[in-house]
Unconditional design. Structure first.
Length: 353
């Protein structure tokens, strides 16, 4: 037998409006009243009728969150932060991933409009403002990363990669590195371009020799392939900056397969500080992006925007910072050339056989 909100209100000795406020967390309620209502809800096993509420209020309880791909370890913390903020306020989340496919991105927009979401956080660089014009035309608020500036129904969160990158470059300069390389993310990815440009500019400012800048996608195998192109050079850099932790871990694996020790021969730095970064061998020095906080800020920005009369978006800011682990150390005093490395590896293999 299903129960109604009126029954919950009657048993708890409160009004239907109070029950609604407790369940949707839209107002501050006295702790004792909230406890009494929730106890009755538990006893009656009462569930909100989402469809009835939508018909009554003309508004859904849904917010959208768009990411690139669910298997990428960059995104789970964003999802957790966004969903936690939504649930704390009585809302649900429609999660969509684009798989970096433009056609799928178009379908995602249509799905979100059909779902009558209130707002959407787009945490992937495969979208731009023109691609989401249909959302704002439908009165749906949107929050991006690193797109700005904010405007009506559009908010922006600026991730300060420059801060963390500056700390990373200072770190390797203090260690004594002077010869670097960069394995950046995809050329068509907005965030990857920002990171690459910031890295290259910072390395040049510190007068470090930059022997190579190559692009890669955000997968481990791509990082390994990129390193193999560096191995073809006469001399290896002493420090490799990578555009993500996944790229960095692929690069480390390829270096170690080639007999190159990390950090004794080559140091490696990643970006993101995904959950696997400290489990790498050796644990990865990386630039932390506080992604759970990013998810929380994204929802808060949408919620705030949609409560404003003019629905003006906000410009928010997220700091990054360096996390030093064991994949960076002072460079070898003698330069490591690839020919010497290969001879050493061959000699070691012959001894083992």
């Amino acid at each position: 037998m299903s129960h109604t909100m009126s029954e919950v209100a009657s048993r708890a000795g409160v009004s239907k409006a109070t029950v609604s406020r407790v369940l949707n967390r839209t107002h501050v309620i006295a702790p004792e009243t909230e406890r009494r209502v929730l106890e009755v809800v538990r006893q009656l096993k009462y569930h909100k009728n989402v469809h009835a509420r939508r018909l009554a209020t003309g508004r859904s309880d849904l917010f959208g969150l768009v990411i690139s791909e669910i298997i990428n370890p960059y995104f789970p913390e964003i999802i957790r932060g966004f969903q936690a903020e939504a649930w704390d306020r009585g809302f649900d989340v429609v999660l969509c991933n684009t798989e970096y496919d433009p056609q799928r991105s178009v379908s995602v927009i249509q799905k979100l409009i059909e779902s009558d979401v209130r707002g959407v956080a787009i945490m992937t660089s495969s979208f731009d403002k023109s691609g989401t014009a249909e959302l704002t035309a439908a009165g749906i608020g949107v929050v991006f990363c690193n797109l700005g500036p904010a405007e009506k129904l559009v908010g922006n969160i600026s991730i300060d990669y420059q801060r963390g990158i500056a700390q990373a470059i200072d770190h390797i300069v203090q260690l004594g590195h002077r010869h670097s390389a960069v394995i950046a993310g995809p050329e068509d990815n907005r965030t990857a371009v920002i990171i690459k440009q910031t890295l290259v500019a910072g390395l040049k400012q510190q007068k470090l020799r930059l022997s190579s800048v190559v692009n890669s996608n955000y997968r481990v195998d791509a990082g390994a392939s990129a390193v193999r192109s560096l191995l073809a050079a006469p001399e290896l850099p002493t420090i490799i900056f990578c555009g993500s932790d996944l790229i960095a871990m692929g690069a480390m694996n390829a270096l170690q397969e080639a007999g190159i020790r990390i950090p004794e021969d080559v140091s490696v730095i990643g970006i993101d500080d995904i959950s696997f970064a400290f489990l790498a061998h050796p644990p990865l020095t990386t630039i932390r992006v506080p992604r759970e906080r990013l998810g929380r800020i994204a929802f808060q920005a949408l919620d705030k925007m949609l409560q404003l009369k003019r629905r003006k978006g906000n410009d928010d800011y997220l700091e990054t910072g360096l996390v030093v682990r064991q994949s960076t150390a002072a460079p070898r005093k003698r330069k490591l050339d690839t020919a010497h490395r290969l001879r050493a590896r061959g000699h070691s293999n012959s001894e083992q056989s």
